[in-house]
Design a protein around this ligand. Structure first.
Ligand code: P6P
Length: 360
């Protein structure tokens, strides 16, 4: 019987990753909705808002999945005429669509007071519905890896949920979003791949739900996910090898010397999901083009780091700082990242300590 420890509201994370009391035994289908609602009972401060938010994201994921799955059939592939997003990346039509659907679903329920998205420069206020002032803010990358859509490679949605810090009687502020990753109340991703999978954590372990199109429900398929302690796969864009710092090149040489397999899809959710299942390490170090790393701290690195840590893994930046402890200063700030099996992250740490020319 899984231990059921109550969570403290201040940081939304329990001291030990423990799976909510098993909702059911045996093989009966457990839907995402049922699992969330049952898990909510373990939260002292649960007001149903967080449950509502997770369900809203599940609905948006189903809508996005429907379009991702037929992207080749409708005029939704290719670059949106809205041009570039604030990251300077060409907005694919599907990521504009995904962004709109996530915002729409979250606004309809009024369970959050504001949203931040990779596709939007500033935060988006969500008006309260009725007199209820929401306690949460949501940030997401609506369709990460969207440049892969045209070549039919898996893409993903990444989300993070925080409790607001600002006065609930007023509008949300950027400070509600500029919180360290340790303050995440929930985080997750949706992987639109060979099947569509929603994986999330509320600080009590990690669980995955596979969409059953025949009933239109996400069904519990990966209970209490745990990352392997070690692995033999590394995931990095080897094309940048000559531009990496010495310590990263030495580590990559070591991976090759140990006959590790190189797997790199170029879609962070896909690469991280594979590592969560099989073990391994994902790296996006500093490059000349992205001296601070390419990936976004708030809605890529933090949520995926929270999930991997909750599954027993580790996540640090290449300055050896735990990703979740970095205090953001900008909404769209970038970060270097090394996420994966604890033994492999520790091995990389040793290489960085040994070969880094820069003061750590
Ligand atoms: P590169 C996709 O554009 C993305 O944001 C992540 O999903 C992915 O891991 C990374 O960028 C790929 O970047 O420079 O290797 O093409």
């Amino acid at each position: 019987m899984a231990t059921s420890t109550k969570k403290s509201p201040e940081n939304g994370q329990s001291s030990a990753a423990s799976v909510p009391a098993s909702p059911v035994s045996g093989n009966r289908i457990v839907t995402l909705d049922e699992f969330i609602i049952r898990a909510e009972k373990d939260f002292d401060y649960a007001t149903g808002e967080l449950t509502g938010l997770l369900r809203d994201i599940g609905v948006a994921a189903k809508i996005i999945n429907r379009e991702v799955n037929k992207a080749g059939l409708v005029n939704i592939i290719g670059v949106a005429n809205s041009g570039e997003n604030q990251s300077g990346e060409m907005q694919q039509k599907l990521d504009v669509y995904a962004n709109e659907k996530l915002i729409e679903c979250l606004k309809n329920s009024g369970e959050c007071c504001a949203i931040a998205s990779e596709e939007n420069e500033d935060i988006i206020q969500v008006p309260p519905i009725g007199s209820k002032a929401s306690n949460y803010v949501v940030m997401f990358d609506p369709l990460d890896g969207s440049s892969n859509i045209d070549v039919n490679v898996s893409v993903g949605t990444i989300f993070a949920i925080y409790r607001r810090k600002s006065d609930p009687s007023g509008p949300a502020t950027k400070e509600d979003f500029l919180q360290a990753g340790t303050k995440q109340v929930a985080a997750g991703y949706v992987l639109y791949g060979t099947s569509t999978l929603l994986v999330y954590t509320t600080g009590r372990g990690v669980n995955g739900f596979t969409l059953d199109p025949s009933i239109g429900e996400f069904c519990l398929s990966h209970r209490n996910m745990r990352i392997p302690e070690n692995g033999s796969t590394y995931s990095v864009n080897q094309g940048y090898y000559s531009k990496f710092d010495l310590e990263m090149r030495r580590y990559i040489d070591n991976c090759s010397d140990q006959n590790y397999g190189l797997r790199y899809i170029g879609s962070m959710v896909s690469d991280i999901h594979r590592i969560l299942i099989q073990g391994g390490i994902f790296l996006y170090p500093s490059t000349r083009k992205y001296p601070k790393g390419k990936l976004r701290l708030l809605y890529e690195c933090n949520p995926l780091s929270f999930i991997v840590e909750q599954a027993g893994g580790k996540a640090m930046n290449t300055q050896l700082k735990r990703v979740l402890e970095v205090t953001p200063s900008e909404l769209h700030q970038r970060s270097t990242v090394a996420i994966g099996s604890p033994a492999m992250v520790d091995e990389l740490k040793a290489f960085i300590e040994r070969y880094s020319a820069l003061p750590l």
